[in-house]
Each structure stands twice: as structure tokens, then as C-alpha cells.
Ligand binder design. Structure first.
Ligand code: 13P
Length: 358
């Protein structure tokens, strides 16, 4: 069973000058020196990245940018590339934040290039997905999450999926003070995990999936107690070193003693060991893999993933082999499929029946 160390990341958005970044870190780094069992990121605006990497170099805190271009260089005025971030000592990059999707026309197509570009450069991508309030009200949460996850990870090889960090950030919870309930967050995160498991079972158990949206000291422990949630992407509360420290402590505590969560049982490690994947991630089963239309463009099988999620809740039968596509719509993959009996035809890639997670 793979171990998953929680991550708590501070998305400062367009806050903190260089001087303010230094002041924050001077205070924050002293407070978390002894903290174990959690990985920490700060994500300042571009101009503050050098100050952050300089301050964090001898600490256990990592630094991530808030965006990047997929190309390493070129005529892209106003953009920065992965090699430029690496040169500054940056460790990761937030991609696909809903503010970039809504206000700066970030598309799934662009993200499909950015995520593998970040991975290829050695940066940890923190990919944000999430539904709007209208989409949730229309019972389209899973459809939205499914299409974002499918599209944004389409060009990531199966053996790199687990290196991506996904942040489930319902748009209606961002900056509103109205966080998702722990049940809503856990169910959406479990659904995202099932999608990844539908592509690669090992990655489904290993990938870190965070929750973001009005996380603060007062609700962090409750939100992070859900065993399938592997940490938090924090906006407003991360601007205050004391608050961010409290949230980091809550994540470390959750990894030390994971709570019982519905359906998955408590199989986390004791003490300061990282938590383990929930037992609900027992080998998935794909009872009805061939449901109809062929899907030439995707290696994903969302109907299969949905079937797995439903069946995994009811039974723990051993997994049946699933078909595996070797090509996507963007580029034919040359890496041979590792699964026995794989074919180049993907039976799915679309939603059969969107189902609400509420
Ligand atoms: P808030 O924590 O301010 O709601 O922001 C969440 C967020 O957007 C993190 O990326």
C-alpha cells in the first residue's frame, strides 16, 4: 500500500512584495522547524520567487510558482517557462487555478501541455480542478471534474501520474469563507482518485489530492481528517504565518493519526509516519468495460472509473484487466502498454451518466 505524505501549500495569489515575503518566511520558518509528516509549499508571485527560494533553501519548505508556459522559450510576451523557474530554485508550479481559468482564459488544452512540461522539467505540478456553484447545483460536479482531469492529464504518461499533485478547489468555496463540508470534499477527492485509478491503479493509490477553498485554522483539522484528502491548498489564511502554521500542524496531525472515514477504514500509519492509501483503493474492478462507443482520443475510461467507484464501495473483488489505449488524440504514444492483453482501442472517455457528489 503506497504511503502518501500530506502537502499544505500557500497560494499567495497577487499578494506579498519581496519585503513582505521575507518577513513572512523569517517568522514562519522558525515556527515549523520541528514539524514532521507534512510537506510545505509557499507559492509567491513571480517577483518574490527569488527571495522565497533564497530564504527556504536551508529549510524544509518548498517553493512553487503560480503559473508557467508550456514552452521552454519563445515569443510569448509576459510568460515564464519551466527552465526559468528551475533556475530560481523553484520546486513546483500551480497550474489551472480557477482564477486563471475564469479571468485569464486558461484552457484545458493549454494545461494538457503545461502539466507534462512541468513534470519533464522536474517541477511538481499542483493541478487545480473544481466546479462552479451553478455546476454543482446542476449535478454536474463529477462531469466537470471528469472532463478537467481527463483533459489536463491526457498527455501525462501513466508512470508519471503519481508525481502530479491535484487540488480539488470548488470555485464556490474560494475566497468566500464558505468551505465545502468535509463530506463534500472527501467525496469529490475520492471521485478524482477513482479517475486516476481508472487510468493507473498504482497512481490512484499514490497521487496526492488536496482540498482548497476557505481553509483556515478553525476548519483545517476537520477537513484534513478525511483519509482520502492529502492536504490543503490555502489562499487567504496562508498570508498570515501563524494561521498557515496552524493549518500545517493540523495536516501533520492528520497524517499522524488519520481519522476513520466512511467506507475506507483507518489504515494510516501511526506516529509521524505518512498516511497510507485508504483501503477503498483496493484493486479496482471494471465490471462492464465495454459500454458502447469507441473513443479514439483518450486513454481514459471514465465510465469505467465511475463503475469502479460504485463497485468498490460495495465489494472488494479482485480487479479484472481493463483495456488500455496506446494513443491519444494529441500524439501517438510510443511507450508500450505494460498491461497484458492491451489493445489500442479505448472504449470510453466520456461520461455515461453524470452523478452528483453531494
Ligand atoms: P481561499 O483559501 O482564500 O478560499 O483560496 C483558496 C485558493 O484559491 C487556493 O488556491
Amino acid at each position: 500500500m503506497p504511503a502518501r505524505t500530506p502537502i499544505v501549500a500557500a497560494n499567495w495569489k497577487m499578494h506579498k512584495t519581496v519585503a513582505e515575503t521575507e518577513a513572512f518566511l523569517d517568522r514562519f520558518l522558525g515556527g515549523i522547524e520541528q514539524l514532521e509528516g507534512v510537506e510545505l509549499f509557499v507559492c509567491p508571485p513571480f517577483p518574490s520567487l527569488p527571495a522565497a527560494t533564497e530564504r527556504c533553501r536551508r529549510s524544509r519548505v518548498m517553493v512553487a510558482a503560480q503559473n508557467m508556459h508550456a514552452e521552454p522559450h519563445g515569443a510569448f510576451t509576459g510568460e515564464v517557462s519551466a527552465p526559468m523557474l528551475l533556475e530560481l530554485g523553484v520546486d513546483g508550479v500551480i497550474l489551472g487555478h480557477s482564477e486563471r481559468r475564469a479571468m485569464f482564459a486558461e484552457t484545458d488544452e493549454a494545461l494538457a501541455s503545461k502539466v507534462p512540461a512541468a513534470l519533464g522539467a522536474g517541477l511538481t505540478p499542483i493541478l487545480c480542478v473544481g466546479e462552479t456553484e451553478a455546476e454543482r447545483d446542476a449535478d454536474r460536479t463529477e462531469a466537470v471534474l471528469g472532463s478537467q482531469v481527463e483533459a489536463d492529464l491526457a498527455e501525462v504518461d501513466d508512470d508519471r501520474l503519481a508525481d502530479v499533485v491535484i487540488a480539488y478547489e470548488p470555485v464556490w468555496a474560494i475566497g468566500t469563507g464558505r468551505n465545502a463540508t468535509p463530506e463534500q470534499a472527501a467525496e469529490a477527492v475520492a471521485f478524482i482518485r477513482s479517475l486516476v485509478a481508472g487510468r493507473d491503479q498504482h497512481a490512484g493509490g499514490s497521487i496526492r489530492i488536496l482540498y482548497g477553498g476557505s481553509v483556515k485554522p478553525g476548519n483545517a483539522a476537520e477537513l484534513l481528517a478525511a483519509e482520502t484528502i492529502d492536504g490543503a491548498l490555502v489562499g487567504g489564511a496562508s498570508l498570515r504565518p501563524g494561521d498557515f502554521e496552524e493549518i500545517a500542524l493540523a495536516a501533520a496531525d492528520s497524517s499522524a493519526s488519520p481519522a476513520e472515514s466512511s467506507g475506507s477504514g483507518a489504515d494510516g500509519a501511526a506516529g509521524s509516519q505518512p498516511r497510507t492509501a485508504p483501503s477503498s483503493l483496493a484493486p479496482p474492478i471494471f465490471p462492464k468495460v465495454q459500454t458502447g462507443f469507441p473513443c479514439p482520443r483518450s486513454r481514459w475510461s471514465f465510465s469505467m472509473a465511475g463503475a469502479w467507484l460504485r463497485m468498490a464501495r460495495a465489494t472488494r473483488s479482485p480487479r479484472r484487466p481493463r483495456p488500455c489505449s496506446t494513443s491519444s488524440g494529441r500524439a501517438t504514444r510510443t511507450r508500450p502498454c505494460r498491461r497484458a492483453g492491451a489493445t489500442s482501442a479505448c472504449p470510453m472517455g466520456r461520461w455515461a451518466t453524470p452523478r452528483s457528489v453531494t
